[in-house]
Design a protein around this ligand. Structure first.
Ligand code: OGA
Ligand code: ZN
Length: 382
């Protein structure tokens, strides 16, 4: 599933209608800022406000019920600023507010404005950091934190109580915990008989979590309860920045990684056998980055045409080197009470090995729709 959502942004837009024109097939509005927006007749008919239960509410009919041969008979700018359109096939004129038409305009500039624009980053990133008490207690602070997490795919919180289980409370500030075979939350500690290399003191290369799931967990939170005396530093890298660099520097390698599915697998014999097949770099329908997957621990033997294997390894290893390139990675040390959130379809995380002293993190997964829904709702009401 593409995840680079095209979400209408709640931008204050003060442009007004300068002129209005139409043919039978389309309405054209020229706005006070010079933008020109065309609106096809069938699109206007399908979006008539009187066919919705509320101004931005649910639609009351299906596009299959639209009459054939919809044409614009007249279109006028009414004294109250609304656009009144008489459409053949309908008994009453449709009335659209100028603000609604602007917010949903189909010209290229308007459509681009509505697209998600991830803020790509490299090793120069100043860690986006917020304070737990502030985000828990104040809507504006919570929106600012979620906006940082959304734009960068990464955000740090400090001052999170080191009470076990608090990582789930942090998720509940914006969404719902996604439970997996690792539990509602999982303890990241070195144990004697680990089922997963995360539960050792070994360093972990930069990775996205659980690429063997379909769908993958979209967001991961890691909360530090106890830090190791030595080692255990965290690393993050913007997988979208690395992928865009690969697209620029080696377009054929990039294309190969988007077009070939890779198997991932996680097994606990007799209990769990999680399998997926998906590309390392996934594009959405418009060719924009939708997701990256990279995990040396769970990638399974490549299942490719043998004639393509060498080229694939070249591309895979080139991408892997970018994902560990010091120009792109950011290192930091989690202290007790620190928590970070990563977009697990974009930002990779890793850790250095550790030795002396106990280290205890708690991790938890959740989905992006909770984050985006809370973020957009908070931003719209401000
Ligand atoms: C994990 C993981 C990193 C760490 O549990 O998914 O990558 O810092 N842990 O222990
Ligand atoms: Zn991990």
């Amino acid at each position: 599933m593409p995840t680079a959502l095209a979400v209408p942004l709640a931008v204050a837009d003060t442009a007004r209608i300068a002129t209005l024109g139409h043919t039978a097939d389309r309405l054209t509005i020229r706005w006070s800022d010079g933008r020109e927006s065309p609106y096809p007749a069938i699109w206007l008919a399908d979006n008539r406000p009187d066919r919705r239960d509320r101004p931005e509410g649910q639609r009351l009919f299906d596009a299959i019920d639209l009459p054939d041969g919809i044409a614009i008979r007249t279109a006028v700018l009414a004294a109250d600023g609304t656009v009144e359109i008489d459409l053949a096939g309908f008994e009453t004129p449709a009335r659209f507010s100028a603000a609604w038409l602007r917010a949903h305009a189909l010209d290229p500039a308007s459509r681009t404005e509505r697209r998600r624009r991830p803020v790509l980053w490299d090793s120069s990133l100043a860690l986006p950091t917020d304070d737990y008490a502030a985000v828990a207690g104040d809507d504006a602070a919570r929106a600012a934190w979620l906006r940082r997490a959304y734009d960068h795919g990464f955000a740090l919180l400090r001052g999170v109580p080191t009470e076990p289980g608090t990582v789930c409370k942090v998720v509940e500030l914006f969404g719902f915990v996604r439970e997996t075979n690792y539990g509602r939350l999982f303890d990241v500690v070195a144990v004697d008989k680990p089922q997963n290399l995360a539960f050792t003191a070994i360093g972990l290369g930069n990775h996205t979590d659980n690429p063997y799931r379909d769908p993958v967990p979209q967001l991961q939170l890691l909360h530090c309860l106890e830090a190791a005396a030595e080692g255990g530093e965290s690393v993050v890298v913007d997988g979208f920045a690395a992928a865009e660099r690969l697209r620029r520097e080696a377009p054929d390698a990039f294309a190969l990684l988007t077009r070939r599915a890779v198997p991932f697998r996680y097994v606990e014999p007799g209990q769990i056998d999680l399998r997926s097949r998906a590309p390392l770099i996934e594009l959405d329908a418009e060719g924009e980055l939708a997701a990256v997957r990279y995990n040396n621990r769970s990638i399974a033997p490549l299942d490719l045409d043998p004639d393509e294997v060498e080229a694939f390894y070249d591309a895979y290893r080139r991408f892997g080197r970018l994902l560990h390139d010091p120009d792109l990675t950011v290192g930091f040390r989690l202290a007790p009470g620190d928590l970070f959130i990563v977009d697990n379809q974009r930002v990779l995380h890793g850790r250095r090995g550790f030795s002396a002293g106990r280290r205890w993190l708690q991790g938890c997964y959740t989905d992006k729709d909770g984050l985006t829904s809370t973020l957009f709702s908070l931003e719209a009401t401000r």
